[in-house]
Design a protein around this ligand. Structure first.
Ligand code: NAD
Ligand code: 13P
Length: 290
């Protein structure tokens, strides 16, 4: 049996943690090739060195995930086309605004039998209406695309604190189970649900609620108000999701991708942090990134 090769497209905060999780599993599971390729959007560091070279030398993403070893089997590659060429499993984890350009570059450059998963929380909004990132990937590249969302603040998973996640799939349970095996560890428990749109919309829409929660924090309105924002926000996420896709299931909102991600993002996410700073300082002062 051919071993599956995995490439992670993206190497920010969550991308680097995803590569670390996956790399710990590919070493243990015989159905996967040990090496995990990670495409790095190349940057020159203040030291003058290239980020991808430093990652490969130090086994650490010194810019986006400092202090965490990724695993020796993670190989950073700044050449996108080269990074994906042999992969049968593609993990997309960049900020959403770069995905259209990335997909365009990848047409005809990936294996025909490749399968994808998107960890991206966001959507493209076009004149014709909203477009889910998993739809963008599957339509532009002609491949199956699942999603993985959940209460997953990357820096906590990086130090192996317990969390859960949800894989959303359309039809093929077997493919979803393969993704679950690739990501699951004793501290990262993954389950699959047949509701790709519901899972992806949860991961996308909770960011809007987190901005409201950040405003509440910045204006020092208190915990009760923040809880009200979260409750009403969840209800609105559900109504909006069902308006876009009537197939979205109520039960999805009780998975990690739903209520749990909403809570963690409203407590500790970067969207919340930005909104709090905006409400406090009117966008005038700078603040440290995550
Ligand atoms: P990040 O915000 O830490 O970093 C940004 C990344 O974008 C860097 O790798 C940077 O090199 C890259 N980049 C900059 N310009 C680019 C360009 N022109 N083309 C391509 N890439 C470019 O990234 P992240 O935290 O890994 O976030 C990726 C996705 O994961 C987002 O959709 C986010 O919502 C989601 N997510 C993040 C977390 C988290 O805790 N950080 C958790 C769950 C999901
Ligand atoms: P932020 O991008 O707001 O940090 O959210 C992280 C996240 O998605 C946690 O699950």
């Amino acid at each position: 049996l051919q071993k599956s090769r995995v490439t992670v497209v993206g190497s920010g905060n969550w991308g680097s943690v995803a590569a670390k999780l996956i790399a710990s599993n590919t070493l243990k599971l015989t159905s996967f090739h040990d090496e995990v390729r990670m495409w790095v959007f190349e940057e020159t560091l203040p030291s003058g060195e290239k980020l991808s070279e430093v990652i490969n030398r130090a086994n650490e993403n010194v810019k986006y995930l400092p202090g965490i070893k990724l695993g020796k089997n993670v190989v950073a590659d700044p050449d996108l086309e080269n990074a994906v060429r042999d992969a049968s499993m593609l993990v997309f984890v960049t900020p959403h605004q770069f995905m259209e350009g990335i997909c365009k570059r990848l047409v005809g450059k990936i294996r025909e039998d490749a399968k994808a998963i998107s960890l991206i929380k966001g959507m493209e909004v076009k004149m014709e209406g909203p477009c889910m990132i998993s739809t963008l990937i599957s339509e532009q590249l002609g491949i199956n695309c699942c999603v993985l969302m959940g209460a997953n603040i990357a820096n906590e998973i990086a130090v192996e604190k317990f969390s859960e996640a949800t894989v959303g799939y359309r039809q093929d349970r077997e493919i979803a189970e393969k993704w679950v095996r690739l990501f699951c560890t004793p501290y990262f428990i993954v389950s699959a649900v047949q509701d790709v749109e519901g899972v992806e919309l949860c991961g996308t829409l909770k960011n809007v609620v987190a901005i409201a929660a950040g405003f509440v924090d910045g204006l020092e309105m208190g915990n009760n108000t923040k809880a009200a924002i979260m409750r009403i926000g969840l209800r609105e996420m559900k109504a909006f999701s069902k308006l876009l896709f009537s197939s979205v299931k109520d039960s999805t909102f009780f998975e990690s991708c739903g209520v749990a991600d909403l809570i963690t993002t409203c407590l500790g996410g970067r969207n919340r942090k930005c909104a709090e700073a905006f409400a406090k300082y009117g966008g005038k002062r700078s603040f440290r990134r995550a």
